[in-house]
Structure formats: C-alpha cells, structure tokens
Design a protein around this ligand. Structure first.
Ligand code: PLP
Length: 407
C-alpha cells in the first residue's frame, strides 16, 4: 500500500510548531528538510538500545550496530540502483563527497594542462573544490554559462568538452534557480568523448530521477539532511572502476589494511574511503528517511510537487512588483524572487514575523548572482509536506510586507 501525500504533514512533528505566534510555514527545504517521526525514532532507538562503535568490536552491541550500519549501505545502494554496495561511501555531506573526489580523483587523473569543466549554475560546493584542484595542478578551470532563462548553454558545453577534459561536474537541480539539467543529453555527450561525470544530486535525489545506472553517472553525491534524513551523513556513489583507481582522501583508522613503520596498505572498498568512526546514527537515520520516502508512489509525488511548483509560480505572479528569476525548460522545487526595491534580507525577516521561513541571499551561488547582476534573492523551496495553503500564506505574507513598507 502506498502512502497518500496528504497524510505526510502529520508525520513531521515540527510542522505543528508556532513561530512568532503563527503556525510555522516552512519553505526553506533546499537548505534542509524537516524530519519525519520515523527518522527521529530511528535515531533515538539506536542511541537507546544499541549504540556502539562498529566493525572492530566483538560484543553483541557492536555486532548490532555494525549490522545496522552495513544494512544501511545496501539500502542506499538499492535506493539509487547502484550495482554494488561497496560503491556507496559514507561522508558527512555533499560538500565532503565532492572534496573527496576533487582530491582523490584529481590527484590521480588531473595533470598540468588538463581541464575540468563545471557550470555557472553550481553551488560553491561543486565549484570551489574544482577551482582549487585546477590551481594545485596547473589545470584549466572551465565554466559553462547559463542562458537568460536559466538553462545551461549546451552549445558552449559541447565546445568545452575537449581532449584535455578530465571531468565534468554539474548538478542535476540548481539550488538557486531550480533548473533541472538535462543529464540524459549531457552525460552521453561527455561519455562519447571519454569524460566521466560527477552529478551533484543534493537538490534532486528526493525530487526526481535518482537511478545512477540509468543516468550512467560516474559519481553521484547527496546529503541526508536535504532528503528528510539527519545532518552529518552524506553519500558518495562512485563506479567501482574509479574508486578502485583512486587514492584514499582521509587517512587513519579503518581505511588501512597493513600499517608498518615503512608503509601502509589500504582496506578494500568502501572502507578505503571511510577513515575514522563514521556517523553511525546518521546512516541509520538516512535508511529510515529512504524507507519513509519510498512509501510514496514516486510518480504521484513528482506530479504533486510539479503541480505545487506551478501553483507557486502562478500565485507569486499576482504579487505586485515581484520579479521571479529564471524560466528554465524544466524546473524543480525552487521559487527564487525579489520584491522590486526591497532588500531580500528584509523580506525574509518580515516574513519570519508571520512564521514563514524562507532563505535570502546568494544561496552559496555567487557566480549565479553575478550573472543575474543582483546581490541575492528570496528563495522559497518546496518539500513533499508543503501544500497550496503554504503558498497562499507566503503570498499573503508578501502582500503584508508590501503594505507595511507602503509599496
Ligand atoms: N550542492 C547543492 C546543489 C546544494 O544545494 C547544497 C546545499 O545547499 C550543497 C551542494 C551542499 O550541501 P551540504 O551543505 O549538505 O554539503
């Protein structure tokens, strides 16, 4: 039996919270999503009943915790349809996953004079690590621009993917504009030239397609906390052939095979990339989040979220002086805007007085803001528990802001 979307709100205890004497309207989901009771319960259950360090213990709790942690790895692998469980590396978040690849892949495969291609639609987390890698290696950092509508310029991308390109890194969904990048075109194009692709799925894995084998992603990264799971846990999926060829990123306990005074040999995958005690509770919470998400019919959810987004675009269009940014061919979950003549920060603070949580500023995407010639936006971002009433509350709030400032 699939779960109905209308029942979702009741699963998130925080949504009953009052903020500044108003019921919370939570529209900051691209920053982090709220957690269903089942995820909270999984964390409490772990700490209450079987908290223990994993892998090295020989007592019962250690065995239980190890089993739960490793079961989670299989759960994640099934969720994104990875071929092997050992292609799932646990990290702290998307940022760490990308840094791991930038260092380990970069050290092995990127040489002086080579090129790394990213896009101007990236979060800083999928921009700066590559820029720094190129600086370290004397490689060229190439950036694909976007069109006035907020779509990637595929003609420029085509030109930039050249003989010296060692990797293309791009997101599936932009956290600032909501653009859905056409990976079904881009990944085959890169692969036809022998270029591997890293997909930043932080804003997409819980909204749209996330089958890594169908996408044919070489690397695929996301954060637990943006998909109804806990903070502190992230995922790097990498195809076995790449992970086997890469050197470890962090070193220390667990990632070793043999350590002598002269040299160290490394553990097998995935442990080669998991130095130190991992976020055991986080991984268990992530599995609970996946279980939660998979109770819904994926297609029904996509239709619901698309419909809500369209409703949001329509309703925001009724607010006098509102500028909505981007008009990409396909958009997911993100509503970026400004009110003419009013600072985005002020809009955020005034909305908060009515219990409405949005994010304001650059959203870790300064290159996007530079291209748009603005200092930032107000960003409302949607999750499966949001409703048309939330959008109506936002629109009402914005009208009140305008009235308060007498616009
Ligand atoms: N990539 C994208 C597209 C994001 O939206 C974010 C966070 O907003 C990140 C990367 C970084 O995620 P985290 O802070 O969980 O590492």
């Amino acid at each position: 039996m699939t779960k109905t979307i209308s029942s979702a709100r009741a699963d998130f205890p925080i949504l009953k919270t009052m903020v500044n004497d108003h019921p919370l309207v939570y529209l900051d989901n691209a920053a982090t999503t709220q957690k269903p009771q089942s995820v909270i319960d999984a964390l409490v259950d772990y700490y209450t009943h079987y908290n223990s360090n994993i892998h090295r213990g020989n007592h019962s709790l250690a065995a239980l915790a190890t089993q739960a942690h490793e079961t989670t790895r299989g759960r994640v692998a099934r969720f994104i349809n990875a071929e092997h469980k050992h292609e799932i590396i646990f990290t702290r978040n998307t940022t760490e996953s990308i840094n791991l690849v930038a260092h380990s892949f970069g050290d092995t495969f990127v040489k002086e004079g080579d090129e790394v291609v990213v896009t101007q639609l990236e979060h800083h987390s999928n921009f700066v690590p590559w820029q720094l890698l190129c600086q370290r290696k004397g490689a060229h950092f190439r950036v694909v621009p976007f069109t006035p509508d907020g779509d990637l310029d595929l003609e420029v991308l085509d030109k930039l993917l050249g003989k010296r390109t060692r990797l293309l890194a791009l997101n599936h969904v932009s956290n600032s504009l909501g653009t859905v990048n056409p990976l079904e075109i881009i990944i085959p194009l890169a692969h036809s030239r022998g270029i591997p692709v890293l997909v930043d799925a932080a804003q997409s894995v819980h909204h749209i397609e996330h089958d890594v084998r169908k996408l044919d992603a070489d690397f695929y990264v996301f954060s637990g906390h943006k998909m109804y799971g806990p903070t502190g846990i992230g995922v790097l999926y990498g195809q076995e052939k790449w992970l086997e060829a890469m050197m470890p990123f962090l070193s220390g306990g667990e990632m070793i095979d043999q350590v002598t005074v002269d040299r160290t040999t490394f553990n097998q995958l995935p442990f080669k990339f998991e130095a130190g005690t991992p976020d055991i509770a986080g991984a268990i919470g992530l599995a609970a989040a996946i279980d939660y998400l998979e109770q819904f019919d994926a297609e029904e959810l996509a239709v619901y979220e698309d419909d809500l987004l369209r409703y949001g675009i329509g309703q925001l269009g009724q607010v006098p002086g509102l500028i909505l940014y981007g008009n990409p061919i396909r958009r997911s979950s993100i509503l970026p805007f400004n009110l003419e003549g009013i600072q985005h920060y002020d809009v955020g603070v005034l909305l908060d007085a009515y219990g409405i949580a949005v994010r304001t500023g650059q959203h870790c995407t300064q290159p996007i803001m530079d291209r748009l010639g603005i200092t930032g936006t107000v960003r409302a971002s949607l999750a499966l528990y949001n409703t048309r009433e939330d959008i109506d509350a936002l629109v009402q709030g914005l009208k009140r802001v305008l009235k308060m400032l007498k616009r």
